[in-house]
Write a protein that binds this ligand. Structure first.
Ligand SMILES: [Mn+2]
Length: 266
């Protein structure tokens, strides 16, 4: 166990409405490594979709109780699946709703946290869609619809994004190097952490001659894991605490970034 405070970061759990294996694993994580942390950050796509804090999906309510019991501050950032998660659910889970871009101070230095979908700037269709659904007027209109209608709409969107993902080239679905450099430059930081792309790795890069790190979190659909941030620098670990990934099918891409296996972005 470390003596310095350790921050843990997860994303892309994609929990379903009903309790399943990913929820069980996350509950175990909350009872285990998370309890030793100084803070826990969830960088979005905690849920496969979110149609309003009033939906009362069983998995979400079980998780809210577990998060509320965790004696560690929890901050949530929205993903492209659960961008409608609101203050009522956050209150039940006793977690803070973080901004889209969040700078945190950790023992190893400051870090910038984000979901990562806004970095996929080559995916023009998706960025258009994002603009639409992030508009307050669209969100208010959606949340005002009856619950069964919202469920149908969310299922349809999910199927649509799955099909669209199959049609797009792997590079289009990845974070764009210019967007990565731009966000690090604008915030004057050298450590970026994001999820969304389901391509877990720690990348070394240069921004204006400055050495930087980009940590990409794993999707729990594939091989569940998390990032630790402390004075030893960022490390990606599997749930049993091994370096990520030991011998996983979705292997950590070796530098200099060969094409990642075609997988649907988060
Ligand atoms: Mn995502």
């Amino acid at each position: 166990m470390h003596t310095t405070p350790t921050v843990l970061v997860v994303s892309d759990l994609h929990l379903d409405r009903e309790p399943g294996p990913a929820l069980a694993q996350f509950l175990e994580f909350l009872e285990g490594p998370a309890r030793e942390a100084s803070a826990l950050y969830i960088l979005g796509d905690l849920f496969e979709y979110w149609i309003g804090d009033d939906a009362g999906f069983p998995a979400a309510e079980t998780l809210a109780a577990a998060l509320a019991r965790l004696p560690v501050p929890v901050t949530f950032q929205h993903g492209n699946r659960d961008f409608l998660l609101g203050p009522e659910y956050a209150r039940r889970a006793e977690m803070t709703l973080g901004p889209e871009l969040l700078r945190i101070e950790v023992a190893g230095g400051p870090a910038l946290l984000m979901h990562g979908d806004s970095l996929c700037t080559s995916d023009v269709d998706y960025q258009e869609f994002r603009k639409m659904v992030r508009a307050p007027a669209w969100q208010q209109a959606f949340l005002a619809r009856p619950l069964p209608e919202r469920i149908v709409a969310a299922e349809r969107l999910r199927a649509g994004s799955r099909d669209a993902g199959k049609m797009k080239a792997s590079e289009i679905m990845d974070a764009h190097p210019d967007a990565i450099a731009d966000v690090l430059r604008r915030h004057g930081l050298s450590l970026l952490v994001h999820g969304h792309t389901h391509r877990p790795a720690i990348h070394h890069l240069q921004v204006d001659g400055r050495p930087c790190l980009r940590c990409v979190l794993p999707s729990w659909d594939e091989l569940p894991g998390y990032l630790t941030l402390d004075d030893q620098g960022p490390r990606l670990l599997t749930l049993d605490g091994r370096a990520y990934p030991p011998s996983a099918p979705c292997a950590n891409p070796a530098p200099p970034d060969p094409p990642a296996p075609a997988s649907r972005a988060g």
